[in-house]
Design a protein around this ligand. Structure first.
Ligand SMILES: Cc1cc2nc3c(=O)[nH]c(=O)nc-3n(C[C@H](O)[C@H](O)[C@H](O)COP(=O)(O)OP(=O)(O)OC[C@H]3O[C@@H](n4cnc5c(N)ncnc54)[C@H](O)[C@@H]3O)c2cc1C
Length: 462
């Protein structure tokens, strides 16, 4: 077998140069993604880091000729195991496709290769007075290609939407190894089917993204952060709906329930108060004039809602605290099992209460927090991951939380994708016709089923 794998590496090196084919001692970093905290790990048969789209196309063509799976990989920050080579295959890391192809600040556009880090795009946009709004939490490690493949979101998605809305065109390698352009720089193009949209969120199962034309926005000149302390979930739900109905459009609208608050209370940059049971975190943004108007409207609305407190901590301290929340929660018992379910926003309170009910039925410490405005909640069970029984109860509770999301007309994943972790879930969420349509698309674009097999889609309709 070892000699087969040596031969595989030699073949790949002939195609793309030996500098693009890693030696086995370097595989460990490519064997897992952020789901390693759950213990998910794969075994690559080979790892390639092609230098350009043509090399990606050659590798995919070789895989198609030899019936070998190809697993596209971005920054490996995925929380669904999408980039993990669970069934072996050639891991195709896009890290060397890291060039900025063009920046056109006057036209609010940037074209980049797929392996450019998300944070690099943020910085370049900012330096040019612009904004790339999608802000998934691991932006210093994730890549634009990975963000596109997962349609990543983040806190600012409430006002600005997820990554797909910022992509006007893609360069992709489709099976059996064709470099193809889907869309371009134009803002509107309704000539063909929306194949660009189809690739967005496809988690490496339909093609490999090698470059993207990105849309940017003028950066807001001012922001204001507000933390609203409330007496409980019901009051939080009422205020959330009033806020949305009022027309005030915060850029960020997050929530934390009582257990999430208590896990991170000590480091909160302000006076929380012992009676805090729920929190909404908002960021308003815009020009000075827009901000003053929205801020006044918000205060009017809050007068009627009678929260326990209205805090205005230093914005960067507040968002740093929010960014550290995952760590503070995991620290409670040493680890956590968490699912990114989403529900229609009017069902948020029912989802929070349902997740806590599930947690207590399984004897688990539980909390929820997330992107309130988008109805995305991280259903989180805090566990000692060394304790096998507790971990298996948490995994069962996570399955129940996914079923709850479907019952509440929601989705099993609002942000992270199905990947490997939720590969059986799409069949639960979709009706038979929608599932059959998914398979028609998969079979058309990947007839041999070699692009990231076993991810996203598992069961065929019965
Ligand atoms: C601390 C932390 C916070 C996070 N916060 C958020 C958040 O707020 N919002 C959010 O949406 N996500 C969040 N995530 C999840 C993760 O960062 C996103 O899913 C991100 O978009 C993954 O990008 P990546 O480059 O790391 O992709 P990877 O993990 O490498 O891959 C993810 C999937 O995309 C595929 N893929 C990667 N690159 C390509 C490509 N070029 N072409 C085709 N397919 C490709 C892979 O096969 C895999 O299926 C968070 C993760 C962590 C660890």
């Amino acid at each position: 077998m070892a000699s087969d794998l040596d031969a595989l590496r030699r073949d790949l090196a002939r195609l793309i140069g030996s500098e693009g084919v890693l030696e086995p001692h370097a595989y460990e970093a490519y064997a897992h993604d952020a789901t390693i905290q759950r213990g998910l790990r794969g075994t690559p048969d080979a790892v390639v880091c092609p230098a350009d789209a043509r090399s990606v196309a050659r590798v995919l063509a070789w895989c198609y000729d030899h019936d070998v799976a190809l697993v596209p990989r971005g920054g490996g920050t995925g929380l669904a195991g999408g980039a993990v080579p669970v069934g072996g295959g050639v891991v195709c890391s896009l890290e060397r496709l890291n060039r900025i192809l063009e920046i056109e600040p006057q036209l609010w556009r940037m074209s980049v290769q797929a392996g450019v880090l998300t944070a690099h795009v943020h910085r370049l946009a900012r330096e040019n007075g612009l904004m790339f709004a999608p802000d998934p939490g691991a932006a210093e490690q994730s890549q634009i290609g990975g963000n596109i493949a997962t349609n990543a979101a983040g806190p600012h998605a409430f006002k600005y939407g997820p990554t797909g809305g910022f992509v006007s065109g893609l360069e992709v390698v489709l099976a059996p190894g064709e470099i193809t352009n889907l869309g371009a720089k134009v803002s509107k193009d309704v000539a063909g089917y929306d194949l660009r949209g189809l690739l967005v969120g496809s988690e490496g199962t339909l093609g490999v993204v090698t470059a993207a034309h990105l849309r940017l926005l003028p950066a807001p000149t001012q922001t204001e952060a507000v933390a609203v302390v409330l007496e409980g979930v019901e009051q939080g739900q009422r205020l959330l709906l009033e806020l949305i109905g009022s027309g005030i459009r915060p850029a960020v609208l997050e929530f934390l329930d009582e257990a999430a608050l208590s896990a991170a209370a000590r480091s909160f940059p302000g006076e929380l108060g012992a009676e805090a049971r729920f929190m909404l975190l908002l960021e308003l943004d815009g020009t000075g004039e827009e901000l003053a108007r929205e801020s006044a409207e918000l205060r009017d609305l809050l007068k009627d809602a009678a929260p326990l407190g209205l805090l205005q901590p230093n914005p960067s301290a507040l968002w740093r605290w929010r960014a550290g929340l995952n760590g503070a929660i995991a620290a409670q018992r040493g680890g956590k099992v968490s699912e990114d379910i989403s529900v229609p926003v009017e069902h948020l309170a029912r989802a929070i209460e349902g997740v806590h009910r599930i947690g207590s039925e399984h004897g688990l410490a539980t909390c929820t927090f997330g992107h309130a405005g988008d109805g995305v909640l991280h259903a989180t069970f805090m566990v000692d991951l060394q304790d096998e029984q507790e971990t298996s109860r948490a995994l069962a509770a996570a399955q129940a939380a996914l079923r709850l999301a479907i019952t509440l007309e929601g989705s099993v994943t609002g942000e992270h994708g199905c990947g490997w972790v939720k590969r059986t879930q799409l069949a639960q969420q979709l009706g038979p016709a929608a599932l059959a349509a998914h398979w028609l698309i998969k079979d058309s674009l990947d007839p041999k089923g070699l692009l990231n097999p076993g991810k996203k889609l598992l069961q065929r309709p019965g």
